[in-house]
Every structure is written in structure tokens, then in C-alpha cells.
Design a protein around this ligand. Structure first.
Ligand SMILES: *Cc1c(COP(=O)(O)O)cnc(C)c1O
Length: 366
């Protein structure tokens, strides 16, 4: 068959082990997954109440334009309805943007380590991937500018960055966007937008008005606690949305996901409460790192990447045996580190107690 050459040797995304499988394998009653940056408090109680009494007819197609959700989202963000596109998660938006703008002969610039889907999708389209190493855990925007040439089609800024949680400040971003050539598409992936509380991080939607080549993407999978419903959204100028929309699959958000997204958006109190708790939870991890002199990245997201002074995979396995699933830094381009989603206060406490035990057993702590 006439497969794309680049598919040979490519691997599918490796999700964390399913909870049920880990329970069986290790004979555990309880498993806590702190691996995928979901909201440990779940979703708004208003969404829960709706789901318990819902009678949606799933035999019919959803509204492919997501009109009701679009109206609510446009009001929420203060943008025009025509400036929005919804995706089956922002993973879908990344694929749409890539499919629209990348092909053999062009290149795409991104940081490394960063979110793996930028390079993964680019490889499928046969485009050249230019990865620029983080500097002190942050996007090296100067080096990224230097990596851009006349064949660059997309530059990705993951802000806050996954897996480090570090941010690009408003000043740095403004300076960068000014210097990127206007025919290079700039994607600002803000999957963790709701968690940021640094005064250096400002709302980026004004860039969408000021520059013809900027797209911002966000998601309801993280702070909104709706990962399973698959709702991501992009904000850009109308011309960009018009160009991208034909690439989008016709019914890429289910009826239920559209309804649930509206209810979730209207409960900003839930977002406020849970992001505040997460900020406090992050302090538990920072205190642990300080106490044990482990390097960590200053995270503005709901996860933290920190040093374990041991083999990451070993720590990952030892923590799994004790009922906690996390991400090994080996899989994220950060060997010697682990990435942990901030859980509830009790989860964090227990996790850190068990980690201390593991690192002591491994001889890291005297
Ligand atoms: C989780 C994540 C996404 C994907 O989220 P969806 O569930 O597909 O909306 C996109 N970008 C980053 C940086 C992420 O961490």
C-alpha cells in the first residue's frame, strides 16, 4: 500500500496505564492518578446535577456549528462568534492547524521539552520539526526567532509550558510576536490558562485583534474538569477561522459535550475555588522540594516537574506500587525528574509521604 513514509516507525500516543489494570496488577484497592493534569475536584456541581437528570437524544447529530456554546463562549471571552472554532479537545485543534499549514518542504518551530502533539502531528504531515531547547526551563524565544526562516509555517508557544509549567511573560511574548514574520502562524497553547496567577502573564486575546497571524487555544479538559467530554476552543481573527474551518470534521463535539460546556462556563465560582486550592497544593510540593533540596520548575500550572535524584522510571514504578500514577520525566524529555499533577490536599500529603519513603529506600536521602 502507498503509506506515507513518515508513518513507519511512528508510535501512537502512550496514555498512562488504565486505573483498573494497575489495581489488578498490584492488588491495590485505591489508585490516585496524578499523571494527566486533570482537576482532582472533578467538575462543577451544576454539571453533575445536569448529567443526573439529562435526557439528551443521542441518536441525532449534534449542531456542527455549536451555536449555543458559541454564543456563551463569545460572551464569556468578549470576542465575536465568528472568531471561534471548537475542537474535540485542543488535540483536535492542534491537528486541524497542522493539517492546514504543514506539508513537506515547510518547517515548524517549537520548544523542547514541550507538548508532544505539536511535533507528532507535524511528522505525520511530513514537515520538518525544529525543536529549540528550553533555557532554564523556559521558552528560549530568541533562539526560536533564530530558528525561523522563509520556510517556517507555524511556531508554537505552550504557555504555561507542559511539562515545566513555566510561563512566557506578557513583555516577552509581545516582543516575540512583533518580531515573528507576519506570514508565520503563531499558536499560543494556553491549556492551563485558568491556573496562572503571575502578574507577568496577561490575557492574550488582544494579540488576536492586533496581529493577523495569532491563534490562541484553550480547553475545558484541565481546570474545568471535563477531559472526557473533549472540548477545546480556538480564538483567532475571522479570516483565520474561515481558512481553518473546512479542515475541521463536521460534528467534532457531541451534543452532550456542548451542553455540559455551557453549564461549566457559567460556573466560574467552581474554577475560582478549585484553582485556588490547587495553588495551595502546589506549595506542599514546593516545600517538599525545598526541604530536600530537589530542583523544581516554578510552575504556574496544576502540575509540577521536579528532580528526584534517582532514575525517573524507577520512582514511577515504586509510586505505582503504592497507588499513585505519575509521569516519569524520561517520557517527557526530563530524565531524573517526575511530573506530578497537583491533587487534593490529602492526596498531596500522602503522595509526598510515600515519595519520601521511596527516595529514602533508593538512598537519595541520607
Ligand atoms: C492537555 C493538553 C492539551 C490537550 O488537551 P485536550 O484535552 O485535547 O483539550 C493541549 N495542550 C497542552 C499543553 C496540554 O497539556
Amino acid at each position: 500500500m502507498k503509506w506515507k513514509q513518515q508513518l513507519f516507525g511512528m508510535k501512537a500516543y502512550q496514555p498512562g496505564k488504565p486505573i483498573e489494570e494497575v489495581k489488578r496488577e498490584f492488588g491495590l484497592e485505591k489508585i490516585v492518578k496524578l499523571a494527566s493534569n486533570e482537576n482532582p475536584y472533578g467538575y462543577s456541581p451544576k454539571v453533575k446535577a445536569f448529567l443526573e437528570s439529562d435526557h439528551t437524544n443521542h441518536a441525532i447529530y449534534p449542531d456542527g456549528y455549536a451555536q449555543n456554546l458559541r454564543t456563551v463562549m463569545a460572551n464569556h471571552l468578549g470576542v465575536k462568534e465568528t472568531q471561534l472554532m471548537f475542537g474535540n479537545g485542543s488535540d483536535d485543534l492542534i491537528a486541524i492547524v497542522t493539517r492546514a499549514l504543514l506539508y513537506p518542504g515547510v518547517n515548524t518551530v517549537m520548544a523542547t521539552p514541550s507538548f508532544s502533539q505539536y511535533s507528532h502531528n507535524a511528522e505525520i504531515e511530513g514537515a520538518e520539526v525544529r525543536q529549540v531547547s528550553l533555557k532554564d526551563g523556559k521558552h528560549d524565544l530568541k533562539a526560536m526567532l533564530e530558528a525561523i526562516d522563509e520556510n517556517t509555517s507555524i511556531v508554537w508557544v505552550c504557555n504555561p509550558n507542559n511539562p515545566t509549567g513555566t510561563i512566557v511573560s506578557d513583555d516577552e511574548l509581545t516582543n516575540f510576536i512583533q518580531k515573528v514574520p507576519s506570514d508565520v502562524f503563531i499558536v499560543l497553547d494556553e491549556a492551563y490558562f485558568e491556573y496562572v496567577n503571575s502578574p507577568e502573564y496577561k490575557d492574550t486575546l488582544h494579540f488576536v485583534e492586533e496581529y493577523p497571524n495569532v491563534l490562541v487555544m484553550r480547553t475545558l479538559s484541565k481546570a474545568y474538569g471535563l477531559a472526557s467530554f473533549r472540548v477545546g476552543y480556538a480564538i483567532a481573527n475571522e479570516d483565520i477561522i474561515k481558512k481553518l474551518d473546512p479542515v475541521r470534521a463536521p460534528f467534532n463535539n457531541s451534543i452532550l459535550s456542548q451542553k455540559v460546556a455551557i453549564i461549566a462556563l457559567e460556573d466560574q465560582e467552581f474554577i475560582q475555588e478549585t484553582t485556588e486550592k490547587t495553588a495551595l497544593g502546589k506549595k506542599q510540593f514546593v516545600a517538599f522540594c525545598e526541604k530536600h533540596q530537589l530542583n523544581y520548575y516554578p510552575s504556574q500550572a496544576n502540575f509540577i516537574l521536579f528532580e528526584v535524584k534517582a532514575d525517573s522510571d524507577t520512582v514511577f514504578k515504586e509510586m505505582m506500587k503504592r497507588g499513585y500514577i505519575i509521569r516519569s520525566g524520561n517520557a517527557l524529555g526530563a530524565p531524573g525528574y517526575i511530573r506530578v499533577t497537583i491533587g487534593t490536599e490529602e492526596q498531596n500529603e500522602e503522595f509526598l509521604r510515600l515519595l519520601e519513603e521511596v527516595l529514602t529506600e533508593l538512598g537519595v536521602f541520607a
